[in-house]
Design a protein around this ligand. Structure first.
Ligand SMILES: [Cu+2]
Length: 154
């Protein structure tokens, strides 16, 4: 049943004619990206920044992707020195505010890619608002090493 649901969802998305980067007058997406993972990885992490350019608070109820079997918004918290991830049910972006999903904080967990995703590729992300409108963006897959230890070239 789960597979069926996602199939129907993917078809509906296609029927709706949503282009890779649809527009929303109140919500802007910047710097979407997905961290490259080994080909056998069943979970990838995605990041982006959401900017509210409208005149009322924006509530994001979910972020999904037709390129994955499932997606969840998580928050990383440190408890007793151990990093844990907690599911986040919704995101609120205040007027003129922005919210960034980034390594070590809020992030998108993307489960079971439907096709190989390596650096140079990309996946579609769909942002679902509480007012029923959806916004899609294309997130490139980027290879990055340790989150806190960027590569230095000498
Ligand atoms: Cu997570």
């Amino acid at each position: 049943m789960k597979t069926c649901f996602f199939h129907v969802f993917a078809i509906l998305t296609l029927l709706a004619g949503i282009s890779p980067a649809s527009a929303d007058p109140d919500l802007q997406i910047s710097e979407p990206w997905i961290r490259e993972a080994p080909p056998t990885a069943r979970v990838l992490a995605g990041y982006l920044t959401l900017l509210n350019t409208g005149d009322s608070t924006i509530t994001v109820t979910a972020i999904s992707s037709p390129d994955f079997e499932g997606a969840e918004i998580h928050r990383t918290v440190i408890e007793d020195g151990v990093a844990r991830m907690l599911p986040v049910n919704q995101l609120e972006i205040p007027v003129s505010g922005q919210l960034t999903l980034e390594p070590g904080g809020l992030h998108l967990m993307l489960f079971d890619p439907r096709r190989p995703l390596a650096e140079g590729g990309s996946a579609t992300l769909t942002i679902h608002r509480s007012n029923g409108s959806n916004l899609t963006t294309t997130a490139p897959v980027i290879r990055k090493t340790g989150e806190d230890h960027p590569h230095h070239h000498h």
